[in-house]
Design a protein around this ligand. Structure first.
Ligand SMILES: Cc1cc2nc3c(=O)[nH]c(=O)nc-3n(C[C@H](O)[C@H](O)[C@H](O)COP(=O)(O)OP(=O)(O)OC[C@H]3O[C@@H](n4cnc5c(N)ncnc54)[C@H](O)[C@@H]3O)c2cc1C
Length: 474
């Protein structure tokens, strides 16, 4: 083929990129394009942090492509219209892209395939975002797995393919006459005002984050991963997975290399991290196989739950003003940084659904409006898991106690002190339940708890018991 357009979406890198490598291998001229899509930019769950971060990623991608003699074409519009226009501009024979498993993306790509077909342009998509797609790991009965542990066993048994080669130098440059927008320097231009300080964006930054984590921190991941005050306790790679500034195969290849050179005692920690990476794939295949989860409970009987929390309680949760220090510290951290530790995501999600009795969908949407790494599959999976209506094999009556969770995972109260300055001087034994000392609470100006945990726990159990609880499938 002569000219192949590579349509970038969530794969914003030049190395270990399947469709991009295929385009370069099979074509004489690769035309790399990114399309700013208003359906995404103006959606109710679009986060300013993600928009701003993505612009940083695009600028870095533009430079990386330029270093290899390629020119990034940036367009703004409806993907199927822009791709047909660009195909005409460059006389493209084909458009290549990497697959995305979100319902919006699937519908969009169907439209693109139809429009390109009409225009006489070949369209091909590739697996890239995950190691194994939704129909590649099935039970003996040919069904998708809906419980994580057997899925992870089957996943491990299949092995991991190596990274694909980095994009080669441009064979034929994209003609200068082909128009491109400049990468906007601020998300304001796209209607999103950034409030947070963002981490470094782009492929070099992603590989550096991975390198530093695998240099030594991964070897203690099994013990460090649950403590939010330890900022080095997890990899912090999730924004790079979200925007594809690291290749999934590259991550596994480097993890295996780190594991193979480490003392055998570190093997367990590497395996624990590998399990987290498999969780990511698990939720991707759940979304692809059961797209109804994007709107409703994985287990349909829980769609009938009667949520009874109030708007005022929801607002207090969003603002970090519930009177439960670990919950409030986590929410204030999310609002200020666009990030939140996994343990805290579970705590606040369980608190919203099981203490405040507010539907998981409201929390899921709020997370998407804030999170830098926000993505449908993992966010939805995490919310449904926490609410007890998802794929989790554990029963709905697992309800976290926010006080004991705080005491266990923030024992000195350092995380709370950082984000809830009202409690900076509280002693460690009271920091997770300041109401136990009314004088301390009054002096601190920190709110009293907006609900009684023990009472809400009973109400939650009654709410779940009122709908039929099925036995989970293996
Ligand atoms: C309610 C809730 C909402 C969540 N929303 C998101 C989201 O929008 N985007 C997102 O990437 N993750 C989400 N997670 C999963 C998890 O919290 C983050 O992936 C993790 O905190 C990112 O930090 P890290 O990169 O340091 O992770 P590490 O602990 O270093 O893990 C490495 C990678 O494994 C993957 N991973 C880890 N845990 C999970 C998990 N439970 N589910 C799926 N993938 C996982 C991520 O890609 C992560 O970057 C959510 C979890 C919960 C409970």
């Amino acid at each position: 083929m002569q000219t192949i357009i590579h349509w970038f979406r969530r794969d914003l890198r030049v190395s270990d990129n399947t469709a991009l490598h295929e385009a370069w291998s099979r074509g004489n001229c690769v035309v790399p394009v990114f399309i700013l899509d208003d359906a995404i930019l103006q959606a109710a769950d679009c986060a300013a942090a993600r928009v701003a971060y993505q612009l940083g990623v695009l600028e870095s991608l533009r430079k990386n492509l330029e270093a290899l003699g390629h020119r990034l074409i940036l367009r703004h519009g409806t993907p199927h219209e822009e791709l047909v226009k660009l195909s005409r501009d460059v006389k493209a024979d084909a458009v290549f892209t990497n697959r995305d498993y979100e319902p919006y993306a699937i519908a969009r790509d169907r439209k693109v395939a139809g429009a390109l077909y009409e225009a006489g342009v070949y369209f091909e998509s590739f697996k890239d975002h995950v190691i194994w797609e939704n129909r590649e790991i099935l039970t003996k009965a040919g069904e998708p797995y809906t419980v994580f542990t057997p899925y992870s066993r089957a996943w491990r048994a299949k092995g991991v393919p190596p990274p694909v080669p980095k994009l080669g130098r441009a064979k034929t440059p994209v003609p200068e006459s082909v128009k491109s927008l400049p990468v906007p320097t601020s998300s304001d231009a796209l209607g999103h005002r950034l409030r947070q300080q963002l981490p470094d964006a782009g492929e070099h930054a992603g590989l550096e984050v991975l390198k530093q984590f695998l240099a030594d921190r991964v070897y203690r991941y099994d013990t460090s991963r649950n403590f939010p005050a330890d900022e080095a306790g997890t990899s912090r790679l999730s924004p790079h997975f979200r925007f594809g500034t690291v290749g999934t195969r590259t991550v596994f290849a480097k993890l295996f290399a780190a594991r193979d050179t480490a003392p055998p005692a570190s093997d367990a920690a590497c395996q624990v991290w590998e399990t987290e990476l498999i969780w990511r794939e698990f939720y991707q295949q759940i979304l692809a196989n059961y797209p109804h989860v994007a709107e409703r409970c994985f287990r349909p009987e829980y769609d009938d739950l009667k949520w009874s929390g109030t708007d005022a309680q929801f607002d207090a949760w969003c603002a970090g003003q519930t009177g439960f220090p670990i919950v409030d510290a986590a929410m204030r951290c999310l609002n200020a940084t666009g990030g939140m530790h996994n343990r805290l995501r579970m705590i606040v999600a369980m608190f919203l659904t099981k203490d405040l009795l507010i539907s998981w969908q409201r929390g899921e949407r709020y997370f998407m409006q804030q999170l830098l790494d926000g993505e449908l599959a993992a966010n939805n999976g995490g919310w449904q898991w926490s609410a007890g209506c998802g794929t989790d094999a554990a029963p709905y009556f697992r309800i976290f106690n926010p006080v004991s969770q705080g005491e266990k995972f923030d024992p000195e109260g350092n995380f709370v002190r950082k984000w809830v300055p009202e409690l900076r001087d509280a002693p460690a034994e009271l920091i997770h339940q300041p109401w136990e000392n009314p004088l301390l609470l009054a002096r601190s100006k920190y709110p009293a708890p907006i609900v009684d945990h023990a009472r809400q726990r009973e109400r939650c159990l009654a709410m779940f018991k009122a709908v039929k609880a099925p036995t989970p499938k293996a």
